[in-house]
Design a protein around this ligand. Sequence first.
Ligand SMILES: [Zn+2]
Length: 166
Amino acid sequence: MPRRAITPLELTEFPPESVTILERWLCLACILDVYTRHLKLSARTARSEIKKYTPTIEEIHPHQLSRPFFEPERPKDRCPHCGSAAKWHARLCIYRIESGKASDGRRRELVKSLTDSFAVVDEKTTRRHAFYEWLEKLSAELDFDAPGWLMEASMHYLGRKEPKVD
Ligand SMILES: [Zn+2]
């Protein structure tokens, strides 16, 4: 099928600490194999099921990548599960926007403006859990051997706590 170009979302108006952008790779050959060989669907039904598919939060959560999801080490790597070539792989771009006073209005506008190339998945969580996830993401970015890490961590924290203040 011809590829439809999808314009990446412009999220610069959101408080930077509320946005996470992830990339996930899906192997369509793996899915087709499960649908046609194991579930005995016709190729046509399998294709229409794949088109209707929307990933769940559990499937895209960074700690739980399992077939048909995978992480290529290099672009054009073969699927680690079935060995299929890159033309079978679909890239999902995931924009995660944390709810908060400074982002909710813009988030609603953004959701209204999206085309059908996008799916919106709501994740319910507690404020504490969201904070720990943010902390985990931040600590992966920081270099604790660099002398300025505490300053950098403080800047990120203030950016999260007071997103409207420079
Ligand atoms: Zn595969």
